[in-house]
Ligand binder design. Sequence first.
Ligand code: ATP
Length: 353
Amino acid sequence: MSDVTFEQIEKRYAGRAAVADLNLRIRSGELVCLLGPSGCGKTTTLRMLAGFLTPDSGDISIGTRSVLNLGPEARPTAMVFQRYTLWPHMNVFHNVAFGLKLRRLSPAFIRQKVKDALTLVGLPGMEARQPSQLSGGQQQRVALARALVLEPEVLLLDEPLSSLDAKLRVQLRDEIRGIVQELGITTVFVTHDQEEAMAVADRIAVMHEGVLHQVQTPGELYDRPATRFVADFIGQMNFLSVQPGTSGTLLAGPLAFGVPQSAVGTEVAVRPEDMQFGEQGHPAQILRVSDLGHYREVLFRLEGAPDLAPMTAFVGKSEALETPRVRVRRALAYAGGVLLGDAVPLSAQVVGS
Ligand code: ATP
């Protein structure tokens, strides 16, 4: 088993925590994305797992044994970096074979392993090419082959696609997902691109300012973001500032919500697709409609709520906008930046009575 466990990991630079009290378990065979904005600590986390950096405290284990006293080359890990890191003076064969040669394996065995690895990444028969004769995407495939040929227990990918153009990025991310699934290899994939993370990950670990906020499947992360940061970072979200109403309700202009418990600093969050335009609901003033092909993005204000910031809704082609009225279907409540629970939309009559 090759599960990876971070236990109370801490890494500080000049007194500031780059990674603070990280507890994370990655299951054997799982693809986990470390996701967060620049400076959140994801690369530091990956480098500690690879052995390029030593944590100040805590433990990291692969399977049942701690790897902290092992150097990078002794760990059962292999890494693919962001930029092409092929040796320019060596052809593809020698680039991929390099790590195996250090292990003093037979030439015939090495030839076969390199051949298999190149086939796996979609570059069969490319052994004789020089790196300068390869496209960026092909170079990253060779870098992937060079990592996989070592048969690591854990594959580490540090923004492996960020130097490629958009179309190639999508193609290669799907291929990477296919390959690691086929091999059943435990994979840690660092990215700052949430769409990329949603597309490849079994689970996503969202980090911010050195703190792990949430680890969940892409769907669960999107549906129930555990913190305000995650809610804001993943997808689009409208945050409504609310006032306490009667009998424990919260009011955002004409909108009323029931929450599990009312607290100072509570905010209500609504996804753009959780608002519906139609004949029922609150009159809205439409500020802008952007046609995005299969749906429309509508920026609007609620009538009679001048203090409420404009909101964004995703609206289907068939939803009428002539006499716009909007209804909230689903909302979440956050207090102190942490998910409190559902904010149940209530009709105005219920609140007024
Ligand atoms: P990026 O996507 O920009 O690489 P990241 O999420 O991977 O960002 P890290 O590189 O892990 O973030 O950095 C986390 C924090 O630690 C940042 O505030 C960074 O400035 C700081 N940091 C990283 N390496 C060092 C270092 N060698 N010396 C001082 N501070 C560092």
